[in-house]
Ligand binder design. Structure first.
Ligand code: FES
Length: 127
């Protein structure tokens, strides 16, 4: 049912955790099951330097959150906004059709997170 890549990320996620004073943070949930994913990013000079998640969810939600963090780190905010379900599915080696909603909440959290980072006032370059 689940790919090795998805199960590996579920059992040993690399990006679980928090970011202190993140530039963008958001939470998205699955109304069907009540699961929740919290995503946070740190952005410097328009580049996503770190991304972390906390999730109370199923294997697909946790693996998707871990993969999303990996997919956006090192990308510009604009590039990160282009990460979609196809890229996520590829990274996870497939997502069962009946679990796509679990991955979608992570993409929803990413979109909100990036929007908050984008709309956040940038620090002044003046000394
Ligand atoms: Fe709740 Fe997957 S079953 S997020």
């Amino acid at each position: 049912m689940y790919s090795d890549a998805l199960m590996g990320r579920f059992l040993e996620p690399s990006h679980a955790g928090d970011i202190e004073a993140p530039d963008g943070a958001s939470e998205a949930g699955n109304v069907t099951c009540g699961d929740v994913v919290h995503l946070a990013i740190r952005v410097e000079e328009g580049i996503v330097r770190d991304a972390r998640f906390r999730a109370q969810g199923c294997a697909t939600a946790i693996a998707s959150a871990d993969a999303i963090c990996e997919l956006v780190i090192g990308k510009s905010v604009t590039e990160a906004q282009m990460v979609d379900s196809a890229g996520l599915t590829y990274t996870l080696g497939g997502i069962p059709d009946d679990r796509m909603g679990c991955a979608t909440i992570v993409l929803d959290a990413l979109r909100a997170c990036l929007e908050r980072a984008r709309s956040r006032p940038q620090p002044s370059s003046a000394a």
